[in-house]
Ligand binder design. Sequence first.
Ligand code: AMP
Length: 560
Amino acid sequence: MIVGIDLGTTNSLIAYFADGEPKIIPNRLGKNLTPSVVSVDEEGNVYVGETARERMSLYPDSVAQTFKRSMGTDREYVLSGRRFRPEELSSMVLRSLKEDAETYLGEEVTEAVISVPAYFDDKRRKATKRAGELAGLKVERMISEPTAAAVAYGLYDKTKDTRFLVFDLGGGTFDVSILELYHNILEVRAVAGDNYLGGEDFTEVMAKLFLQKSGLSLQSLDEKEQVRLYRQAEKAKRAISDADRVTMSFLYREETREEEITGKEYGDACEELLLKIREPVKKSLSDAGLKLSDIDEVLLIGGATRLSLVRDFLIRLFRKFPDTKLNPDETVALGAAVQAAMKERREEVKEVILTDVCSFTLGTEVVVEYEQGKFEDGRFCPIIERNTVIPASHTERLFTVRDNQDKVRVRVLQGESRFAKNNLYLGEIEIDVPRAPRGQEAVDVTYTYDINSLLEVEVKVVSTGRTQKMIIKGQDNQMTDEEIQKRMEELAYLKIQPRDYEENRLVLLRAERMYEEALGDRRKKLDHYITAFEAALKRGEHDEIRDAREALNEILEEEE
Ligand code: AMP
């Protein structure tokens, strides 16, 4: 079975295709969203999702989150003394989703279509693929998140040519994409975004506003207090969309602080973030050569588009109401599942031609003659430009620059700088050319970039027809198959908790946290139920554990 996975910054989801439609698979706790949070304890037990998030306030040194932001970098996270790379943490999320899907579907899940932000460059896409492989999933196809959204909305099924703008404000990333449906081809025309902007920034504004109003400083809070502050800020942020004011409370040094925050105050404080949102919208439109009024439909995805502040801003900007028929958290995963069904060539789905755009420029290093007889080397010559629709194939003819030159070296680079040294080196091809006066011999360099992010480079000597080809795969911080296998074995000692155990842990963690936050009678009451639950756990009677857990859960729901 091929599944679709939305590996999000804050939350991840897994979906499959059945009975003619994509469906979300609930996780072991019965929830559709699995927080992209991982915790590893001293014994090497792995906690993924809500349980890991609950451990944040009690054991902050054992938890990692928002690691999607560091995908493709060398950053390492230390959890209970063990080191992990971003793709390894992501692989634990994927493994957990895979296990949940296998339990739910009763069959093995071997392959996945994983969504990535349209803005992810090659390095980040490769790291995502690697995360899949570490989780034991084959990842042949990735789908960009906006394309997945359009697919989930069934936009490819329209009869009229249409232009869409997909506005995706997730927890930690922001993407704007312009798609065009033209003669049954769904084409991404332009993408723009900001990898460091998302719902979390809106939470931070709320937290800062609270600190400012209550005269506290972030530095004066210890780590646990900071986690608590953000938790409360997150709640207040969600609540303010449905009310014109919220009261945010926060336990500071055994004392509950409360502040009222109005929608106007919050809106003003978010002004700067809204300005930042405008930039990628403008850029994508100008890259696609369109005006705001050319957009026929606006789709909202990503949890943070639930903020009324953001919706109002978009209605003002586009002068139309965005399409929000689907749950913005689930849209991408549903689209990925449709794509998975297309890959399986399932009869229920009409195969559509999906294209994407290359979100970065691919080119090579050249020597340029900037004045008669004067040369400068180390310059970058774009071959496939950013925002080119892919699959794409472009050829550039390069001439020899020295008399009697007998070799041409084509260095393959990715990036936007005019100077080769500032761009990312992907590989190189060297080829022999006949000796001749400069400028008389030439090579045709062809780059072919496909929807699965594979770059094929072909260099052909014009006079002799000699050809050399390469597929760009290995590059820095890229693991070989053996390395992946080895790391998989190394990570195998980490055990993800079984379902029942997981539910019990989650309830206990939540209870412990609330116990720490509570005072007086509330504390006593919590203590009573926690003790009863712990006693049931010790006795190990299944039904008794379930009853005690439910009783404790009820108290927790009431108290929170
Ligand atoms: P995603 O990465 O798409 O799961 O988006 C997660 C982000 O959406 C987080 O920053 C959440 O705080 C935010 N979010 C989720 N639900 C709401 C809501 N009802 N109101 C405001 N923000 C929300």
